[in-house]
Design a binder for this molecule. Structure first.
Ligand code: MRU
Length: 356
């Protein structure tokens, strides 16, 4: 059995409500882009690749039902463009929705110019959205293999590897398998995983709620730590690599990821631990020169002051809740792992920008 957070069956979209995990496993129906926008914004679905896939599939679901209202192909194309712009606005930092959405608009444009009927046009657009589910799993497996080969080659001996990861980058954050957690899963399948430490990932606890859930589900040897235990962990116990995901990588390699990633990278440098970022190329934003231009989402105060409905902070205190931080390229010492290979941050632009 595999964990599945996004289901598309007979033209219907369902997502696993990640706000309820790990205590409850409940799927909810998404019938249109308004509902798609809401579940992304409320973080019932989260993780950069999953956001893009659910966004596009919510458009596919809406096309199934509201189709009769279009009089022409150009009307349908206009509708697709408007909905993509709307969906991108649900969460600003992860770039995957923007890149996948722009790709869909480009393909829709090509179909608009072709000879096909309005009905076939709609079916093809839906088909492109559905394809994202399968291709994301393939991408994740490919990048995980590249990352695992690279990491094992860098290790001086045949010992098993102890890794640290942050936030959730597994099956729940993607269409399946995962990025950073995918690479860890590949290490496990090759019997080379010694231990995984996952951080709690305050304030939203994606590590404690979701990654821990996936690690237990996959029966990987794993331990949960609080975010503020990482320095002690690196000092007292051996960590061979830090492996994290990404929401947006600028073309110089600066990487936005879940808040707290930057401090892990600083600690990794101090303790001489290689730091890897795993991401599909749809997380790379070649239009940005560096990380200072990445928009950082700020979330509501109550995500910090409360856990669920329970207040934990003193009433009246102000809270600052940036959801992401930017790790400078020079701290990404292991490499950036993609489905096209593993790159040093300063190689990204020269090796991957062809055709952009
Ligand atoms: O706020 P979230 O839970 O959407 O943040 C998720 C992360 O930061 C992940 O590391 C990133 O999206 C990569 S998921 C494969």
């Amino acid at each position: 059995m595999t964990l599945e957070a996004i289901k598309w069956k007979d033209g219907k979209l369902q997502i696993l409500d990640q706000l309820l995990l790990p205590l409850e496993c409940k799927f909810i129906d998404i019938d249109n882009t308004k509902e798609g926008w809401e579940v992304i914004n409320k973080m019932q679905v989260r993780g950069a690749p999953a956001i893009a896939i659910v966004g596009c599939l919510s458009l596919a679901a809406e096309l199934q039902t509201c189709f009769p209202k279009f009089a022409s192909k150009s009307e349908l194309h206009k509708f697709i463009k408007e909905k993509i712009i709307y969906l991108i606005s649900a969460r600003p930092t992860a770039v995957n929705m923007k890149i996948s959405g722009e790709d869909l608009i480009m393909n829709s444009r090509k179909l608009l110019d072709s000879e096909i009927s309005l009905l076939d046009y709609k079916e093809k657009v839906i088909g492109l959205c559905v394809q994202m589910l399968e291709s994301d799993v393939t991408t994740n497996k490919t990048l995980s293999k590249f990352g695992c080969d690279f990491l094992l080659k860098e290790l001086p001996d045949d010992n098993n590897v102890t890794v640290l990861t942050h936030c959730n980058t597994g099956s729940l954050a993607t269409a399946g398998y995962g990025t950073a957690l995918g690479m860890i899963r590949t290490l496990h399948s090759r019997n080379r995983l010694g231990h995984v430490y996952c951080t709690e990932t305050r304030p939203y606890n994606q590590g404690a709620r979701l990654t821990a859930y996936e690690l237990v589900f996959e029966k990987m040897p794993a331990t949960l730590i609080c975010d503020d235990m990482v320095g002690a962990l690196m000092k007292i116990r051996k960590v061979n690599a830090v492996i994290v995901g990404s929401d947006r990588i600028a073309r110089n390699g600066d990487t936005a990821n879940k808040i707290g990633t930057y401090q892990l990278a600083v600690l990794a440098k101090h303790h001489n631990v290689p730091f890897y970022v795993c991401a599909p190329t749809t997380s790379i934003d070649m239009s940005l020169k560096n990380g200072s231009d990445i928009p950082i989402e700020e979330r509501p105060e109550n995500e910090l002051s409360h856990i669920g409905k329970q207040r934990i902070a003193a009433p009246g205190i102000k809270c600052w809740n940036p959801a992401f931080d930017v790790t400078p390229a020079e701290l990404i010492s292991g490499g950036i792992v993609t489905e096209k290979g593993v790159f040093a941050p300063d190689e990204l632009f020269s090796k991957l920008s062809v055709g952009i």
